[in-house]
Design a protein around this ligand. Structure first.
Ligand code: NAG
Ligand code: NAG
Ligand code: NAG
Ligand code: NAG
Length: 390
């Protein structure tokens, strides 16, 4: 008897200690009438299912089942929720309305999560944009596919997003964000299809992901700090950029660490871009262990963004300091290293180390630009003569 009781006790304890997700209450969107036939608008069923789980305590899961395609109009999943955590488990496919079906709704965003704490979006499902119906009209109000606003402790995992009309994932005003194993795909020619766009967010970990789009792989904008990006494959696209900063107000970015990333066939690699006349700063930034494959411009600091050789005179600039480029290896097709800093505020504390960039086409000379910059250089090919030895 004692032994049996003991077994029962052990069983109960092990269930109680089991993975919290096992105890999550699972709500399938089809139980709210979503059809998933790829034609019917399932937005209403999704919203009703969301209302239900958002209003319940505990750990809640909204499941989008495999083998079906759910068409959604512009949709807002809004918090705050009563639940401790919400898992948006995407196993099937979600598809966007075409440009002509879109109408005026949506405010330039398709799927929005707002004010939802402890949100997990995962599953090996697909978010399918209608990009091809939008891309030839670049001035239209093209939507971002997936937008998060004020979602603290956000996790995105294993989803695939294809053919976004504009940006893929925008993360605005969120702290504690993990993005792991996502795949974002669009043709190289698709306009403004930024992969992951961060604004005003901190403590962000992005790793083990593939981003092949027509614009920036990752863009880190004003108000971001504590951003780690590791094992990300970019290409095609425009590379990974801090900025553009200083366009209309003081913008600050600090503590950005990019490590073990690949740029294959991208227009730029590691880039910091600021508008002349702006204010704020970009500091404590490192790019380490970067593989370059036929990257057009692998290393760029550009403080003349948006006007290049025709910038009007100005008295202010976003300050760029403490930026390290360490361990860049591979080939480039145009400029190897471009440090085009401001005559108003020189870049300082710029470090180049262990860099070998060879021309992608034999015999071609790669440009090195070096203006208004202070810092050190060692073991770098091609030679950068404006920086000193450490
Ligand atoms: C990464 O995502 C893919 C596609 O969704 C999935 O098949 C794979 O299991 C995921 N890998 C890990 C380690 O989660
Ligand atoms: C980013 O990496 C640094 C150095 O490895 C670490 O101290 C920091 O905690 C990391 N940040 C996040 C958000 O994980
Ligand atoms: C670096 O990235 C490559 C390709 O993404 C990956 O295969 C490798 O395991 C990563 N190395 C480390 C040390 O994480
Ligand atoms: C780089 O991109 C090209 C063109 O898409 C592709 O054929 C090649 O396999 C890629 N190289 C690596 C190492 O991923």
């Amino acid at each position: 008897m004692g032994l049996v009781l003991c077994f029962v006790f052990v069983f109960i304890v092990s269930v109680a200690l089991g993975n919290g997700q096992l105890q999550s209450n699972v709500v399938d969107v089809t139980s709210f009438g979503a059809l998933g036939d790829g034609k019917t608008d399932d937005s209403k069923a999704f919203l009703e299912a969301w209302e239900k789980i958002c209003g319940e305590k505990g750990s809640q899961t909204l499941q989008i089942p495999i083998g079906k395609t759910f068409k959604l109009r512009p949709i807002l999943f809004k918090g705050p929720c009563k639940s401790n955590s919400i898992n948006f488990r995407l196993l099937g496919k979600i598809s966007a309305p075409t440009k002509s079906e879109w109408g005026e709704k949506g405010n330039g965003r398709w799927i929005i999560f707002k004010d939802v704490k402890n949100l997990i979006v995962d599953g090996s499902g697909i978010i399918q944009g209608s990009g091809p119906t939008w891309w030839n009209d670049v001035h239209s109000n093209r939507p971002t596919s997936l937008a998060f606003r004020s979602c603290d402790n956000l996790r995105l995992k294993s989803i695939t997003s294809i053919n976004s009309a504009k940006k893929y994932i925008s993360i605005n005003s969120c702290t504690e964000v993990t993005v792991f194993n996502v795949t974002l795909i669009a043709p190289e020619h698709s306009p403004n299809t930024d992969g992951i766009n961060l604004v005003g967010s901190s403590q962000v970990n992005l790793f083990h992901s593939t981003i092949a789009t027509g614009d920036d792989c990752v863009a880190i904008n004003g108000g971001c700090s504590g951003i780690n990006i590791t094992n990300v494959y970019c290409g095609p696209g425009h590379g990974l950029s801090v900025g553009s900063l200083g366009g209309n107000k003081a913008e600050k970015v600090e503590h950005v660490h990019v490590k073990n990333c690949t740029f294959n066939g991208t227009q730029n690699g590691a880039r910091i871009k600021t508008y002349p006349g702006g204010s704020g700063y970009a500091k404590s930034i490192s790019f380490k262990d970067i593989i370059l494959i036929n990257t057009r411009n692998p290393i760029i600091i550009d403080q003349h963004y948006g006007c290049r050789d025709h910038c009007p005179p100005t008295t202010s600039a976003v300050e760029v300091s403490d930026v390290k480029f360490i361990g860049f290896h591979g080939s480039a097709s145009k400029g190897a290293i471009t440090l085009s800093c401001s005559e108003v505020k020189r870049c300082n504390g710029i470090v180049l180390e262990d860099i070998t960039i060879i021309p992608a086409t034999k015999g071609k000379t790669l440009e090195v630009v070096c203006n208004n910059v202070d810092g050190t250089v060692q073991d770098t090919t091609p030679t950068v003569s404006c920086l000193s030895k450490p």
